[in-house]
Write a protein of this length. Structure first.
Length: 150
């Protein structure tokens, strides 16, 4: 196996852009092929960054969970944090990393809700952790941004 998916997708996109788009029978077909070319390029970008994003975000969420756990009164939530801290993805395959991300992202949403409730209740520790979670979410979006020429 030679994992050159993004390069292979890039070659397909180039072929469409240089060979098929100029030969498109009408503007609609040319525009459709252009969008397909962009989508192929975006899929290549996802391939390159997928595992790194999933694994690094898991580590960042674990830090947030560790910071939140001592302050949370919800026993079920702290149990879920403990379970997340002692487990991981079954493998580095995409379905396993996605399943793990589904679990930790759901946990982050619940932790964030508890932190915001604590912040509304005047808990001194909650504001800094809320800022940390929002920074994570801003960076979450930035890590998924695509570089496309439109």
């Amino acid at each position: 196996m030679i994992p050159l998916a993004s390069q292979s997708l890039g070659h397909l996109a180039t072929r469409i852009a240089t060979d098929l788009i100029p030969k498109a029978p009408d503007d609609y077909a040319a525009t459709d092929l252009t969008f397909i070319t962009f989508l192929i390029s975006m899929a290549g970008q996802d391939f390159d960054r997928f595992a790194d994003v999933r694994v690094s975000e898991e580590a960042l969420m674990r830090k947030i969970f560790a910071a939140a756990a001592p302050h949370l009164a919800d026993a079920d939530l702290t149990r879920r944090i403990d379970a997340a801290a002692t487990s991981g993805a079954a493998s580095l395959k995409a379905p396993d990393l996605n399943a793990r991300a589904d679990l930790t992202t759901r946990l982050l949403i619940d932790v964030h809700a508890a932190v915001e409730t604590a912040m509304d209740g005047g808990e001194a520790w909650a504001a800094a952790l809320n800022d940390q979670i929002w920074t994570f979410l801003d960076d979450y979006a930035a890590r998924r941004a695509y570089e496309v020429p439109f």
